[in-house]
Every structure is written in structure tokens, then in C-alpha cells.
Design a binder for this molecule. Structure first.
Ligand code: HEM
Ligand SMILES: [Cu+2]
Length: 638
């Protein structure tokens, strides 16, 4: 195996990266990453980029917490505070959790279904570059959206759900909101390109014998999430066009004085926004389902129920949007109806939670870091879900709406839920894509610091919220009983920051470690563990023939008469590996291409054209047309 020889010399970071590179494309240098269409590399790029945005979103959160640590904080002014929570929320949702999920989709879908790549490799590269361009575009707004020379930050400041008419020029002068709206528009294109790619890949590229009900749970959750993406994104896209039309061309979609309907924005935003929260949580649910089964050494309990409850959640997520709008005067009938539909979603969610607990029940548990984060997900998500049920109750929501109780709830499900689930996936699959395990001791320290930090940050918010503290206020006066709880939340936030530093340190020392993880360090159940770590560029020398669910597990273990699991003669996996080495010479893989990045780079030009100077519009259009023609005319494989 290409990486083997490196073992002899002291391990360095460069060696580890060379390992990943050699295995994934056999060509090197920055150019190879810019032109790659390899799903494994694109997955790594999504993951690293999203982590950098996580650091940005995290720093914004720390400044917010510093401002609120004491009454009458003076760290930032009100306008800067508005920009901080807007960019924090927008970044964490669209530039961190969604692309981190896309990283796992890219890394795992072809490997788990027994394919060599996704259906549209260049479209896959295109979606990554569009995401990166949009993320940079939105963040430069801090410096270009206002007059930086007068110390004025120019990022959007109307919150992550940008309610109209606050987003209109009258109330949000400057270009901040234009950056936000165009940024989300461009991100939507990246998400939809990726969504279609994974739907087609999962439906058309499964290995022979892998029927839908032999697909790993993670693949099912990827499929449901991708369908939610292709149906939800168009709704927010239309709404964003409307707000930009109001801002740039004087239209009146949301301007009540001129006959517009401000509430229309809320309906459209949450028609997208609630399915969006499931787009954020379902991938993490897929990840923990794989981790629970592997670390309990038991098949996932009630596999079909976990599948169907995921599909049910996806369908039901379209019927609850107005639970975000109880206090906008929709009336008791509408409110009760949406309260009822919201309660119903607790049923499929509960089914999943009981099936996860049943999977662990009686299992031979090894409490390694991937499982710790998965159990952390379970515990925190249950609290998040229960506070969600509290919100669905119209009368109690009248008390909780727009308070810190809501802020605590959304972090319970998005950080305690989605992000804990994603970290579980990082610790579980890191060895598959780097050939090294993340250090267990530092992993456990990361988990406990983050778990304790998380609860010290957000549980007090439940109390300050119940004590009436509104969200999005940049200062508060003394004597309201909020001081202690806010100081506690701030201390907790810095504990989370320390845990993230521990994680980063762990990644660096583990990549430098000389110890090899082997192909199947956790004794996994699914196909990705049947091939070398890191996987060769072509993934499988021979496309596997799948005979049942958890097929790889059943090639390793059979049940004897006493019903005990007996390991199959060790030879089998090794034989597969030998076949691997000499079989790949005639496998055609999609060749590198630079046209996806060219097409992607046209979008910011067009946005800047509408915001600053129409002369940039034809520049953007020409760049995209040249890229599209090159893409259309280049051969797919060498
Ligand atoms: C890393 C630790 C984090 C801390 C300390 C933190 C802290 C906060 C605080 C204090 C606010 C309230 C701001 C206000 O209303 O004035 C907030 C808002 C928000 N946070 Fe976080 N957060 C963290 C991570 C995350 C993550 C991982 C996500 C999502 C995946 C997230 C999503 C949001 C959203 C959507 C808002 C609402 C923003 C708005 O009101 O427009 N946060 N966060
Ligand atoms: Cu909702």
C-alpha cells in the first residue's frame, strides 16, 4: 500500500497529507485540489472549510457572550452586536452545519453504497466552490458592507431569519443585507446542486444487491435530507429575490405602506426554515445510528422503524412552519392547528430515540469518543425536543417567544444535537480517511469539556429566558436577576472554546502519529470498512455484491448453532485486499477539471454587479459562459 513505507521515518504532518493525497488521486500540489472531482477530496475540503467557518462563528459567539457577561456591557455597540448575532447564526447554520453534513455525504455515500464516485463528479466540485465563494462573499461584508474607514462594520444585522420590513433599505441602509441575501441565494445553488447529485447517486449507483432496505441508515438520512433540500431551497430563493427586488429595484413585496405584505416574508422563510432545521439534524441522526450499532456490536434496533420515522419527519416538517409565528396574530384556530401538527412530529422523533436506546441496551458497549459524542447527542437532543414540545403549546410559547429560552432551545438541538452528532462522525470516520485514529485520551477530554461547557452555557439561558430576558438585546440593566445566569453562560462559552482547541490539538498530533489505524479499527458493519484506509482513488477494485443489510459484518461473522457470533476465517478480508492491488489499472475514473471553479467564480461578480456597478454583470456572465462551455465540451474521463 502506497502509505506503508512512510511508517519507517518519523511521522510528520506532510507525511499524513501525502498519505491522503497518494491514495486519493496519485497527483499532488494545490492544483490537484483545485481541479479535483474526487468525492473523498471534496468531502475533506467541505469539512476543513466548514471548520474554519465554525471558528469564525465561534469567535462571534464569544464576543456576544463577553458583551452580555455583565449588565451594560461595552465591548461592542448595538449595531455591531446586531451584526455579530446575525453572522453567528447565519454562519453556524449555512456555513458550518450544512457543509459539515455535505462533507460526510461526500466522504461516505459512494463508499457505503459500493460505488466509485458520485453520479456527477464535476457538479460535485462545482457545489463546493460555489459554497466557498458564497461563504467568503458573506464574510467580507464586515469590511466592505459599510464604511470601514470610519470604523463602521458592514455585515448584515437583521438576524439569521431577516424579517421584513427590517431588511428593507429604510431600516437597513448600506449593503449588509444585500450580502446576506445574495450570499444565501448563491449558497442555495450549491446546496441544490449537491442535493440532486446525492439523490441520483443513491438511487442509481448502489452496488448490485444493495436494495433500498439494505442501505445503511446514514444513506437513508442523506436521501431524505437531499429531498428536503431540493424542495425547501426554492422557497427561500423566491423570497430572497423578492427582498432584493424591494431593496435594489424599489419593488413592494414587503413594504406595507405601499401595499406589500411583511408577514409574507415570515411565511416563506419558515416554510423553508422548518424543513431547514431537519436538513440540519437528520444527517447527525444518520451518523449516530451507525455509531450506536458499531459500538454496541448489535444491529440497529428496529431498522425499518428508524428508516420510516426519518421519512415521516421529512414529510411532516412541511406542516408546522407557523409555530414560529404564533405571536403574529394568525388567530387561535391556525395556532392550534400548527400546535397540533408540531406535537405530532414528536412521535417519529420519539421512535428514533427509543430505537437508539434499544440498540445500546444489552450491547457490549465500548465507550470510545465516537460513542460518547453520540450519547451526548442523544441526551442533549432529548432536552431540545422536549423544549420544542413546550414551544408548540401556544400559551407557553407566548411567554417563551423571542426570549433566551428560545436561544437555549435552538442550541440544544443545533449544538447539543447536530454538532455533537457531527463530532461523533469525525471521531468515527477519521481513521478511514487518514489511516490514523484520533487520540482517545484527548478525544475524551474534548468531549467532557465541550459537554460541560455546553450545559454551563445554555442551561442558564433557560432560566434567564424564563426570567424574561429577550434575545438579541446588546445590553441589560442591573437588578433584573439576569446577572449570575449571564456570567455563567459566558464562562461556559469559553469552556466550549477550550474544548475546540483541545480538538484541534488532537487532530494535529494524530495526523503526525506514526501509528496506523488499519482498515477496520472499530470492527464496523458497513462497506467503507472493507477497503483500505485511506481508500484508493477508485474505492473498490471490484464492485461488491451485497447480499444483506450490514453486508460487510456478515462477511466477517456468522452465527454458530448456539447462536453465538463466530468470526469467519481471517483470510476473506485480506483476499479482498490483495485483489485490490492489481485490479485497478483498467478502472476509468473521472479526470480532474478546472471548469467547475470557473463557473462558480462567476456568481460573486454578478452579485457585486447588482450591488455596486452593473458593468460587473457581463464580466460575471462571460466567466460563467466560458466555464460552462469548457465543462460541456471536455471529456469526462482521460
Ligand atoms: C459554540 C458555541 C456557541 C455559543 C457560545 C453560542 C451563543 C449564542 C448566543 C449568545 C446567541 C444569542 C444572541 C442574541 O440573541 O443576542 C446565539 C444565537 C444563535 N446561535 Fe449560537 N452559539 C454557539 C454555537 C452555535 C451553533 C453550533 C449554532 C448552529 C448550528 C448556533 C446557532 C445560533 C443561531 C441560529 C442564533 C440566532 C441568531 C439570531 O438571533 O439571529 N450557535 N448563539
Ligand atoms: Cu420550526
Amino acid at each position: 500500500m502506497a502509505g506503508a513505507t512512510i511508517g519507517e521515518r518519523p511521522g510528520t504532518l506532510r507525511d499524513a497529507l501525502r498519505d491522503v493525497r497518494d491514495q486519493t488521486a496519485g497527483y499532488s500540489g494545490i492544483w490537484s485540489w483545485i481541479t479535483t472531482v474526487d468525492h473523498k477530496r471534496i468531502g475533506i475540503m467541505y469539512g476543513v472549510t466548514a471548520f474554519v467557518f465554525f471558528l469564525a462563528g465561534g469567535i462571534e459567539a464569544l464576543v456576544i457572550r463577553l458583551q452580555l457577561a455583565t449588565p451594560n456591557g461595552g465591548v461592542v455597540n448595538a449595531d455591531q452586536f446586531n451584526q455579530l448575532f446575525t453572522m453567528h447564526g447565519t454562519t453556524m447554520i449555512f456555513l458550518v452545519v450544512m457543509p459539515l453534513s455535505a462533507a460526510f455525504f461526500n466522504l461516505l455515500v459512494p463508499l457505503m453504497i459500493g460505488a466509485r464516485d458520485v453520479a456527477f463528479p464535476r457538479l460535485n466540485a462545482f457545489s463546493y466552490w460555489v459554497f466557498l465563494g458564497a461563504g467568503i462573499f458573506m464574510n467580507v461584508s464586515f469590511f466592505t458592507g459599510g464604511n470601514i474607514f470610519q470604523g463602521e462594520l458592514g455585515a448584515p444585522g437583521a438576524g439569521w431569519f431577516g424579517y421584513a420590513p427590517l431588511t428593507l433599505n429604510q431600516f437597513s441602509p448600506g449593503h449588509g443585507i444585500d450580502y446576506w441575501a445574495f450570499g444565501l441565494l448563491i449558497l442555495g445553488i450549491a446546496s441544490m446542486a449537491s442535493g440532486f447529485n446525492f439523490i441520483v447517486t443513491i438511487i442509481n449507483m448502489r452496488a448490485p444487491g444493495m436494495t433500498f432496505f439494505r442501505m445503511p441508515l446514514f444513506i437513508w438520512m442523506t436521501l431524505v435530507t437531499s429531498f428536503l433540500i431540493i424542495f425547501a431551497m426554492p422557497i427561500i430563493t423566491v423570497a430572497l429575490f423578492q427582498v432584493l427586488a424591494d431593496r435594489l429595484f424599489g419593488a413592494n413585496f414587503f413594504n406595507a405602506e405601499l401595499g406589500g405584505t411583511p408577514l409574507l416574508w415570515q411565511h416563506m422563510f419558515w416554510l423553508f426554515g422548518h424543513p431547514e432545521v431537519y436538513i440540519l439534524i437528520l444527517p447527525a441522526m444518520g451518523i449516530v445510528s451507525e455509531v450506536f450499532a458499531t459500538f454496541a456490536r448489535k444491529p440497529l434496533f428496529g431498522y425499518p422503524f428508524v428508516v420510516f420515522s426519518g421519512v415521516a419527519i421529512g414529510l411532516m416538517s412541511w406542516g408546522v412552519w407557523a409555530h414560529h409565528m404564533y405571536t403574529t396574530g394568525l388567530g387561535s384556530v391556525a395556532n392550534s392547528a400548527f400546535g397540533f401538527t408540531t406535537l405530532l412530529i414528536a412521535i417519529p422523533t420519539g421512535i428514533k430515540i427509543f430505537n437508539w436506546i434499544a440498540t445500546l441496551w444489552g450491547g457490549s458497549i465500548s465507550l470510545k469518543t465516537p460513542l460518547l459524542f453520540a450519547v451526548g447527542f442523544l441526551a442533549m437532543f432529548v432536552i431540545g425536543g422536549l423544549t420544542g414540545v413546550m414551544h408548540s403549546m401556544v400559551p407557553s410559547d407566548y411567554q417563551q417567544q423571542d426570549t433566551y429560552f428560545v436561544v437555549a432551545h435552538l442550541h440544544q438541538v443545533l449544538l447539543g444535537g447536530a454538532l455533537f452528532g457531527l463530532f461523533s462522525g469525525v471521531y468515527y470516520w477519521f481513521p478511514k480517511f487518514t489511516g490514523r485514529l484520533l487520540n482517545e485520551k484527548w478525544g475524551q477530554l474534548h468531549f467532557w469539556l465541550m459537554f460541560i461547557g455546553f450545559n454551563v452555557t445554555f442551561q442558564p439561558m433557560m432560566i434567564s429566558g424564563m426570567l424574561g430576558m429577550p434575545r438579541r438585546i446588546s445590553t441589560y440593566s442591573e437588578g433584573l436577576g439576569w446577572e449570575f445566569w449571564n456570567m455563567l453562560s459566558t464562562v461556559g462559552a469559553f469552556l466550549i472554546a477550550v474544548s475546540v482547541l483541545v480538538f484541534m490539538y488532537n487532530v494535529v498530533i494524530s495526523l503526525r502519529s506514526k501509528e496506523r489505524a488499519g482498515d477496520d479499527p472499530w470492527d464496523g458493519r458497513t462497506l467503507e470498512w472493507a477497503i483500505p484506509s485511506p481508500p484508493p482513488v477508485y474505492n473498490f477494485a471490484e464492485i461488491p455484491q451485497v447480499k444483506e443489510l450490514d453486508d460487510f459484518w456478515h462477511t466477517k461473522y456468522v452465527e454458530n448453532e448456539q447462536g453465538q457470533l463466530v468470526r469467519v476465517v481471517a483470510g476473506a478480508a485480506e483476499q479482498a485486499e490483495e485483489a485490490e492491488d492489481d485490479a485497478h489499472h483498467d478502472i476509468h475514473m473521472p479526470s480532474p477539471s478546472y471548469f467547475p471553479i470557473i463557473v462558480a467564480s462567476g456568481f460573486p461578480f454578478i452579485a457585486f454587479g447588482f450591488m455596486y456597478d452593473f458593468a460587473l454583470l457581463p464580466v460575471g456572465a462571460v466567466v460563467m459562459l466560458v466555464g460552462l462551455y469548457g465543462w460541456a465540451l471536455e471529456p469526462a474521463t482521460e
